[in-house]
Write a protein that binds this ligand. Structure first.
Ligand code: NDP
Length: 393
């Protein structure tokens, strides 16, 4: 039976989720897209042949969100606004008894820090209310968690080393731009790196650890940099046999040079500074002058390749396993009008919603992706645009 879904956030990811949900009317029977700027919702709705309702909402405001939920009565809320809104939207879901899904963990606005604690702390309240929240149903986090669960289920008796490797080999032709929200992206890459080793988190200076990785799909060798990424926190919790867990991302020398200059001149700061008699946040100002990520789609060529490279033991023998997806920016744009970074996030958000609404993934409380059976999700990735491949050594 078809369900009603409320999508909050009409950015790059919101555009993809709305398109993808609209492609599956037997599950997503009715769709309401709400965001801070309603005209952005209307623009997306116009691209889709099915009827998509739209609304204006400030999701920082719990009362407004509660009112919208009460008037629309969705079966599920998909939160693809910014990480800052996660807790207020979860509060509104608790008050109204509506299930919740997001793609990025909570981050306070005034501190570049993200961790699951804030959202995990909602577990008991969601459980008592008898509803489910699914956290991090994008690609990384999201598919990378499912890949790891799939590896644990089918390929290893024990996993020892996990490397999550995110490559964007796309080119948008601008000297400097970010592929998703610049504020969130720059906060993420300018913080100290961190990885898991033998039961401890080891911190390193930003971008100070790198190596090369030979990517499949004709991408070839690229330099990858160690970053801290949120899925490491849940993956080492739910797979305690992992002794070493790291996250890597490719960056071009050009991107890093621009970032270094912007940092050196103070443009990546998130504390307020006085300008012409009013306070501004330099990073928010920078966002306003950088290309809008949603405008990159039509100019971006090339591919992304995100995967998990895992070492461990199967049947008493050492084993190495790599599972990955290759996504083509131009193909993604042709299908939904967005580049591959938004596409690889929006498709898993739709599939996560599908898992919840069809009862394939059920639970009461707050859950990460790797806590559920990976098989039905892996099957849907092949059907809905993110096919995966594997290599075994
Ligand atoms: P965008 O900046 O393109 O879009 C965010 C949208 O949220 C905008 O439409 C914005 O409105 C809206 N919004 C912001 N604040 C509010 C608010 N208070 N109330 C209502 N709407 C609001 O970001 P993306 O689409 O690139 O990213 C969306 C989410 O996906 C982020 O949380 C990001 O971290 C996550 N993400 C996850 C990835 C993964 O693999 N797991 C990868 C990439 C992104 P307005 O248009 O008015 O600014």
């Amino acid at each position: 039976m078809g369900k009603k879904v409320l999508i909050i956030g009409a950015g790059g990811v919101g555009q993809v989720v709305t398109h993808k949900c609209a492609q599956v009317p037997e599950i997503f029977e009715e769709i309401l897209l709400a965001s801070r700027t309603e005209s952005k919702c209307d623009k997306i709705a116009k691209q889709i042949s099915r009827k998509i309702k739209t609304a204006q909402i400030d999701a920082d405001n719990i009362r407004e969100t509660v009112e919208l939920i009460k008037s629309y009565k969705p079966d599920l809320l998909i939160n693809v606004a910014l990480p800052y809104q996660d807790l207020s939207v979860m509060e509104a879901c608790l008050e109204t008894g509506v299930e919740y899904l997001d793609t990025a963990n909570y981050e306070p606005k005034n501190e570049a820090k993200f961790c699951y604690k804030w959202q995990w702390d909602y577990h008991e309240r969601f459980k008592e209310k008898g509803i489910m929240a699914l956290l991090g149903s994008g690609f990384d986090p999201g598919v990378t968690n499912v890949y790891t669960a799939y590896a644990a289920k089918h390929h290893f008796d024990e996993m020892h080393e996990l490397d999550i490797i995110d490559c964007n080999a796309g080119d948008h032709g601008y000297p400097f731009a970010t592929n998703f929200n610049p504020e969130i992206n720059i906060r993420e890459v300018t913080q100290r790196g961190k990885y898991w080793e033998n039961g401890d988190w080891i911190e390193v200076d930003p971008m100070s650890v790198n190596r090369t990785y030979d990517f499949p799909g004709g991408i070839g060798e690229k330099k990858i940099y160690l970053l801290y990424h949120e899925e490491l926190e849940s993956l080492v919790r739910f797979f305690p046999s992992i002794r070493k867990g790291r996250f890597w991302m490719t960056f071009s020398d050009n991107y890093l040079k621009h970032l270094e200059v912007l940092e050196n001149v103070g443009m990546t700061r998130i504390d307020p500074v006085m300008y012409n008699g009013r306070e501004i946040i330099p990073l928010q100002f920078l966002k306003a002058v950088l290309p809008d990520p949603s405008s990159l789609g039509e100019r971006t060529k090339g591919k992304t390749c995100i995967g998990c490279h895992i070492k461990g033991v199967k049947d008493g023998k050492e084993k190495e396993y790599y599972v990955y997806n290759i996504c083509d920016h131009e193909e993604a744009y042709r299908e939904v009008g967005s580049q591959a970074v938004s596409y690889t996030t929006g498709v898993p958000a739709m599939i996560g919603a599908m898992m919840m609404l069809t009862g394939k993934w059920r639970g009461k409380g707050v859950f990460n992706m790797e806590q559920f059976d990976p098989d039905p999700f892996m099957e849907k990735l092949n059907i809905y645009g993110l096919p995966w491949k594997e290599k075994i050594w």
